[in-house]
Design a binder for this molecule. Structure first.
Ligand code: KIV
Ligand code: ZN
Length: 528
């Protein structure tokens, strides 16, 4: 463990004098608050494990009092993650804080993050509290949290729109009550870099005990300024940045982790600060979060977009051939886009395949490796070139379909302009083979009708999305299906060179997730 990812041990007398910027990832909490971006427990643990491996200092795993699912997620992430601090969010009340602490019991490095709004607008309309009462709540909540946990972070929600005198008083009191990290959120993405940096400097100038805490920033992206605001705040003395993978989050999202980390790394000449992030894990984290949530990354997204390192125009390609620095300010390898010498094709053997997966960051058990290997061979028979992206999609698809109650077996579809379109579908439901032939308004509708006929359910389809894993007409399709039932939302994914097979797999995956959610309350028979 470096000094970098252990704020408990290294909270120095003056954190501002250190050049280390702590990276606090809130993909699992603020990111999940994005409508439709729900993740199940197993997915949260997969994401947390990648975040830990990449050296994220603090992982905010959820808001334990919000739901039993959130509580479980924080508890499991806390149990599994050992090197990063694991944090649970709590409002200013004792019940919230106690619940967060309960969820964090298994953590090697627990942190309670408690917050209350401090802007006039939020205090008056949302909290309906007088500022004096908010001030008392700050002291009471931080003191209570600190009695439970040595590492307490306090956030003044809507901090960037709070009155300076009141902000200074509450920050000073929170530090006195024991907060080691003070977070100043730009909750509504309203501030601009100069103003935000001035706010952070103002706090350093006016709060007498400020050097006893790490100052943190948490920026939303409503004006597209979250990364710029966070970097400006670091320049002004902030030493923790709160962010999410792919910038996922409420409304326009949060500060993007990969952008802020790569900006600090690439422009170290202008911003001489260090993070402990192993940036080669960035693509893996980005892909995993996108795949789990069904939130596609736009092609021209900085750092992780499909075009971020692509050079199309002749002039650019010519420049790149002469010297890559002409049009590339960072290498693709530095964010985990590996150029491998190991090209996979239908003659590749199991050992080469295992080595290749290892290069891509996957270490599978024997059974999972066998399954993926067979699917790879089938794919290599159908597709001229098997790209790294194809293998990642195959692994993700195989691993997530492993222990499902409903399994895809076979599909035959009649499509085209001379209707009716129909689907002959074969599934295995709890080990029993079932078949059905259904019609629909198009082949996808026919398939989904077939699945509903074999596994009756009331789930509403909220999203159906197709994404090509690579270029070319023989590319694999990666389909996301979002289903909602009784207020619960799940995302399912399926990958296959046949878009319709991928669609069936994605719907079945989502349905399996709903069943798991249902089983937690009452296990039920599945068959029609
Ligand atoms: O945006 C915000 O203010 C938050 C706080 C809870 C930190 O997410
Ligand atoms: Zn937020």
């Amino acid at each position: 463990m470096t000094e970098g990812n252990n704020p408990n041990a290294s909270n120095p007398a003056s954190p501002r004098s250190s050049n280390h910027v702590y990276i606090f990832d809130t993909t699992l909490r603020d990111g999940e608050q994005s409508p439709g971006a729900s993740m199940n427990l197993e997915e949260k643990i997969r994401i947390a494990s990648v975040l830990e491996e990449m050296g994220i200092d603090i992982i905010e795993a959820g808001f334990p009092i919000a739901s039993n699912g959130d509580f479980e997620a924080v508890r499991e992430v806390a149990r599994v993650v050992k090197n990063s601090t694991v944090c649970g969010l709590a409002r200013a009340g004792r019940a919230d804080i106690d619940r967060a602490w309960e969820a964090l019991q298994g953590a090697a490095r627990p942190r309670i993050h408690t917050f209350i709004a401090t802007s006039p607008l939020h205090m008056k309309y949302k909290l309906q509290m007088q500022p004096e009462d908010v001030h008392k709540a700050v002291i009471a909540s931080v003191s209570h949290a600190r009695n439970l946990c040595p590492d307490v972070e306090w956030s003044c929600e809507d901090g960037s729109r709070s009155e300076h005198d009141f902000l200074c008083r509450t920050v000073e009191s929170a530090i006195k009550a024991g907060a080691r990290t003070i977070n100043i959120p730009d909750t509504v993405g309203y501030t601009v870099p100069e103003e935000y940096a001035a706010l952070i400097r103002m706090l350093f100038d006016r709060v007498p005990n400020i050097d006893r805490a790490v100052i943190s920033v948490h920026c939303h992206n409503d004006l597209g300024l979250a990364v710029a605001n966070s970097l400006a705040a670091v320049g002004a003395g902030a030493r923790q940045v709160e962010c999410t993978v792919n910038g996922l989050g409420e409304r326009a999202g949060n500060c993007s982790m990969e952008e802020v980390v790569m900006a600090l790394k690439t422009r170290h000449d202008r911003m001489p600060f260090d993070t402990g992030i192993k940036t080669e894990y960035i693509m893996r984290a980005s892909r995993l979060v996108s795949q789990v949530t069904g939130f596609a990354v736009q092609n021209n997204k900085a750092i992780v977009g499909a075009n971020a390192f692509a050079h199309e125009s002749g002039i650019h390609q010519d420049g790149m051939l002469k010297h890559s620095g002409t049009y590339e300010i960072m290498t693709p390898e530095s964010v985990g886009l590996i150029k491998s010498n190991l090209v996979m094709g239908k003659h590749s053997g199991r050992n080469a395949f295992r080595t290749k997966l290892k290069e891509l960051g996957f270490e599978l058990g024997d059974n999972a490796l066998n399954d993926v290997f067979h699917r790879f061979k089938a794919l290599a028979d159908r597709k001229k070139e098997v790209f790294d992206e194809d293998l990642v999609a195959l692994v993700d698809d195989t691993v997530q379909h492993e222990a499902e109650r409903i399994k895809f077996v076979a599909l035959q579809v009649v499509a085209g302009s001379k209707g009716p379109q129909s689907a002959d579908l074969e599934l295995q439901v709890d080990g029993v083979t079932k078949t059905v032939k259904t019609e629909g308004n198009g082949p996808v509708d026919a398939i989904f009708n077939g699945i509903r006929a074999l596994v009756p359910n009331e789930a509403r389809l909220q999203l159906y999305q197709v994404h090509a894993v690579t270029g070319g007409t023989d590319a694999q399709a990666e389909v996301t299906v979002r289903l909602e039932e009784g207020g619960k939302t799940v995302n399912g994914q399926g990958a296959d060179p046949d878009t319709l097979v991928a669609s069936a797999r994605a719907y079945i995956h989502a349905l399996n997730k709903l069943l798991t959610k249902r089983e937690k309350t009452a296990p039920a028979a599945l068959s029609a």
